[in-house]
Write a protein that binds this ligand. Sequence first.
Ligand SMILES: Nc1ncnc2c1ncn2[C@@H]1O[C@H](COP(=O)(O)OP(=O)(O)OP(=O)(O)O)[C@@H](O)[C@H]1O
Ligand SMILES: [Mg+2]
Length: 220
Amino acid sequence: MKSIVEVEGISKAFRQGKEWVRVLESVSLQVGVGEIVSLMGKSGSGKTTFLDILGGIQLPDSGWVSISDRKMTALNESERTRFRRRHIGMVFQFFNLIPTLTGRENIAFALELNGRSDKQRVASLMEKLDIIHRADAFPETLSGGEQQRFAIARAIVHDPKVILADEPTGNLDDEHSQGVLEVFRDLCRNEGVALVLGTHSQDCAAISDRVLHLRYGKLR
Ligand SMILES: Nc1ncnc2c1ncn2[C@@H]1O[C@H](COP(=O)(O)OP(=O)(O)OP(=O)(O)O)[C@@H](O)[C@H]1O
Ligand SMILES: [Mg+2]
């Protein structure tokens, strides 16, 4: 199976007061086309840090990341941003919707950044994720679960081949959680999308081809 996500020997430490905390220690990972991988691990184990490094939001102290044969870690910040907008879909743990845009506009904007406009596609994603009735609401008036579903729609609207989703069902009830996982699974099975999930949820683990655990900086 061809790998679309390749991570080799990533390490990352943070300074906390006088101490350095080593969050990731020489972590490697390969994810194939169409593959779903869950990263589990207790709070503070480094799931968000790892996904941020995969998406080029943060840089590792050492090691490299390649997505679709592009060495992300060799790019500067604006090159990484451009690459991410086009080729990666990121669902952030705390959503990061743009507060001055409505839900619908948040989704459409991710397409516009790729020079595209497709009202029907935006509407059909909102329909699928059961947020169409809130399309014109601003993020601060949306519930956590609604914001999360807008954030998911925004992450997939531009047809990325790699999706990095940080606890994407963390704010959802069972029914919406299953709905989201079905959308993800379709994308992976039918369109060859590679999906890396940071999660505490057994439901996410259940749709995964592999479940890995982050513990003491190691991924196993
Ligand atoms: N910028 C930073 N400066 C200092 N410490 C940081 C920074 N970012 C993350 N950390 C620390 O790194 C560790 C890993 O954090 P991270 O957010 O990756 O964990 P997580 O597995 O996503 O946790 P959760 O399940 O609670 O979301 C934590 O101890 C956190 O406090
Ligand atoms: Mg996290």
